[in-house]
Design a protein around this ligand. Structure first.
Ligand SMILES: Cc1cc2nc3c(=O)[nH]c(=O)nc-3n(C[C@H](O)[C@H](O)[C@H](O)COP(=O)(O)OP(=O)(O)OC[C@H]3O[C@@H](n4cnc5c(N)ncnc54)[C@H](O)[C@@H]3O)c2cc1C
Length: 437
């Protein structure tokens, strides 16, 4: 099925395009036919997931492939705890799809609206310094390459391509299915606290390395951070979830409803922002709860924002954050959104932001009605000076020359791109900037 003309916009409203054609294939065969037809017409073609990337990585000016109909479980290997899902499956469906097999994803990010293919293709991650991002859980995938052929990449077939294809920026082909290494379902015991920022920075390395999942949020203009420490527990442990009402008050009213109003007011009257942030600091007290992993990892984000996130060598994070704090004070900006700090294990995927090094992440945000450019560019300078690598799905201003220096296997990735997509069927302006033509 195809259509044209509709304006496509990403979630953050930073990118928009009116593709010449939108196609909604329902099978791997239909994806192959779409790629071949695009090639015959001299058009580029790209799959789009849930449009949750802040960067222009998903823009498809020619043929946009919407894979919503390519969704669900294809195969389960119970003994190996591996599940093959169709490429367009949204993360929020996985909990139910995996439940009959007693399986779960080992780690997740803050939300679950993304498609599995979009999430792995940009290096989406959560926190936990013994765990990698979602792409590090990929054990196999099937791609439609530039000439329309199907390519299986796994531990036994074309294994040398796996470190490129599992986190491929959508540059190597259209993924039609993904096999994930899962873990037995588990609970998380969450402890949230408000603590002085100085102490959190001092203990960040140790807490990141010892907790299963440690992260913190610092509201600019305040002296404290909201810490979250999650401990993994067996499924059989006692569940003490937040009640429905408490969840609604926290997630919908405070995190989204009231917060939206505060951000909108702050955009109009920046002088109010520090006071609002101090109020948020006072309102967030200590809380503990235990629930199924997905319900603790994932939050509902309805206040629209823009984000840039940089991956740094873990031990450089406290110093870099202190520099960002000094920058905000020096420039007199009023920043209503918190800065989020997380961590991940080193992995061996060529374009993973955590490739080859124990990693900490610093993410800066701005409300979508405020101009983010000056703030993000200045923070980016600090991150680059600390050997930072930008999240592929978030805003950044880095190009291929700088990225080549940041990634030891960058040229190996380009060689795979030359092999699988010599005509740049899957390229777009963002990929030209970060990978070259
Ligand atoms: C509110 C919010 C919260 C977020 N939280 C986190 C977080 O906690 N951690 C984190 O790391 N990131 C986070 N992100 C970023 C987000 O996870 C990534 O940008 C992710 O890529 C979005 O997935 P998507 O399905 O929307 O993909 P899209 O943005 O639609 O596409 C991303 C890329 O994947 C490619 N792609 C999609 N499907 C296919 C396919 N079948 N074959 C080949 N290529 C494909 C696209 O072409 C594009 O290159 C967040 C984003 C938002 C808006």
């Amino acid at each position: 099925m195809s259509a044209s003309g509709a304006l496509w916009r990403n979630w953050a409203r930073t990118e928009a395009v009116r593709p010449r054609r939108v196609e909604r294939p329902g099978s791997a065969g239909a994806v192959q036919r779409a790629v071949i037809a695009a090639g015959n017409a001299g058009l580029r073609i790209k799959a789009v997931g849930a449009g949750h990337s802040f960067s222009g990585i998903a823009l498809s000016p020619d043929v946009q492939l919407d894979l919503h109909e390519v969704s669900g479980v294809i195969r389960v290997d119970r003994a190996a705890r591996q599940v093959t899902v169709a490429a367009g499956t949204p993360l929020h469906r996985l909990e139910r799809l995996f439940a009959p097999y007693g399986l779960a994803l080992a780690n997740m990010g803050d939300i679950d609206r993304q498609s599995i293919s979009g999430a792995i293709s940009t290096g989406t991650h959560g926190t936990g310094s013994a765990l990698g991002g979602l792409a590090s859980q990929v054990v196999a995938l099937t791609l439609v390459t530039g000439d329309g052929s199907l390519l299986t990449v796994s531990g036994t077939e074309n294994a040398d391509l796996l470190p490129a294809a599992a986190l491929g920026l959508g540059a190597l082909g259209i993924i039609v299915d993904v096999t994930l290494q899962c873990v037995p379902g588990f609970l998380l015991h969450a402890v949230e606290n408000t603590e002085p920022l100085e102490g959190v920075l001092e203990s960040y390395l140790e807490r990141s390395r010892t907790a299963d999942h440690f992260e913190f949020f610092w509201f600019p203009h305040t002296g404290s951070a909201l810490t979250r420490t999650n401990t993994r527990m067996p499924l059989g442990a006692v569940r003490e979830p937040r009640g429905r009402v408490s969840r609604w008050i926290d997630d919908e009213l405070l995190a989204n409803g009231a917060y939206r109003g505060i951000c909108a007011l702050g955009a109009l009257q920046p002088a109010l922002v520090p006071g609002f942030n101090r109020l948020a600091e006072r309102l967030s007290g200590r809380r503990e709860y235990t629930d199924v992993s997905t319900r603790v990892f994932v939050t509902n984000r309805t206040v629209r924002f823009r984000e840039m996130e940089y991956a740094l060598p873990l031990d450089l994070v406290p110093g870099a954050l202190a520099e960002v704090r000094a920058l905000i004070e020096r420039r007199g900006w009023r920043i209503s959104f918190p800065i989020e700090v997380r961590s991940a294990a080193a992995d061996d995927l060529w374009l993973s932001t955590a490739a080859g090094r124990e990693t900490g992440y610093i993410a800066v945000h701005r409300y979508y009605r405020e101009n983010h450019t000056e703030y993000f560019r200045a923070v980016e300078e600090i991150m680059r000076a600390h050997g930072g690598r930008p999240h592929w799905g978030k805003i950044h201003y880095t190009d291929a020359d700088a990225l080549r220096r940041a990634y030891p296997r960058f040229d190996d990735f380009l060689r795979v791109r030359d092999k699988l997509d010599p005509e740049r069927r899957f390229s777009n302006p963002y990929l030209e900037r970060v990978l070259g033509r």
